[in-house]
Design a protein around this ligand. Sequence first.
Ligand code: UGA
Length: 436
Amino acid sequence: MRLSVIGCGYLGAVHAAAMASIGHEVVGIDVDANKIASLSRGEAPFFEPGLQEILTEGIASGRLSFTTDVAAAAGATVHFVGVGTPQQAGGYAADLTYVNAAIDSLLPHLAPGDVVAGKSTVPVGTAADLARRVSGTGATLVWNPEFLREGWAVQDTIDPDRLVVGVPAGAEGEHAAETLREVYHPAVAKGTPFIVTDYATAELVKVSANAFLATKISFINAMAEIAEVTGADVTQLADAIGHDARIGRKFLGAGIGFGGGCLPKDIRAFSARAEELGRGESVNFLREVDAINLRRRERAVQLVVDALDGAVFGKKVAVLGAAFKPHSDDVRDSPALDVAVRLHGLGAHVVVTDPQAIDNARRLHPQLAYEADRDAAIRDADAVIMVTEWDEYRRELSPAHASSLTHGRVVVDGRNGLDAAAWRDAGWSYYGMGRP
Ligand code: UGA
């Protein structure tokens, strides 16, 4: 099938390459000429495991191309829209500028029977508005939210755990759903749940899934706060409650909390939309989820300050990690980088290292010092803080090796990912999040 993908960011570029990898003919379209030039050369413009391979393969096969010219969408049967919906400047709501612009630019190139499949995360009610605009062309709008995780994006796109499509009522909607079943044929054939629903439900499935995940993380971080004043260990607590299959251990990792381009802005946009709908109180808890999350960054900073006897001014602090999570170079709303910035603000000599995210981090926070080499970053440090649980830090950095490099013996584990006993045995003062 011929497909177009409007927006070639973390979502769209992966979607375009993944759809080509399962046999479709795909054109990826973006207004950013640099991004398109890099994708056209077959170079992934960001780090995402597996993307480079399917990009190279797609371009070599002739099935995958990229352009800045939206007219190239003409002739495609399905047009995916995967542009960003960032948090509005000065508010909590989602900024729909890019979604509206993408749809407007697409309208002249749509033909009757085409399907426009929105993938961006939008406030509930957006699809119904956009459908009115698309309907004049004879094309059908559907909402097909995306659940991919950065770092696993290729696998999550090709082999998702569920597919959700919000369609209009009647034969037109049924036909559009059928078209999407064809697009996702390999996943559908292996029995992946394929849920056909209305627009509002599809939009809400996406935001409620992210709200639930954020709530789960803040729940365990709230328990970490209680553990801190009672001497309990939140990691053992998470293991113990996680054995209850109704609760489950996943997303009960206490630490410096969630960040990235999705969870923080999605829960805020959800709150803002619920207020507009007169149901603000239904999701008031999300404000608490946000507040708990942000407190944990401050807590990590405080642990460093306390460990260095109340003063970090002039002390060297090595910050292990800048990405919002491992296997990603994304630093959007990264808790790791926020901790580094706060320590820098207190006068510490902060040196940040990360296997993938240094370039992005430097663009955002040029005031920090960066060191690509992990060992150079920790050399002569008074304290080390691990804030992104890359294997390079969690598994591969032995306390004995670290001891041979650093000045001090203070380690703060912002992700509760280090072996506390091993670090203590090697003579380090180990501080976890919500652990004695
Ligand atoms: C999230 C969702 O997990 C995806 O399902 C969704 O499709 C995506 O947002 C999106 O809306 O596009 P992602 O932002 O890639 O995916 O990251 P997550 O794996 O959800 O992690 C988010 C943050 O939570 C990270 O900063 C991570 O370090 C943190 N986290 C995660 C914890 O602090 N504790 C945990 O136990 C798990």
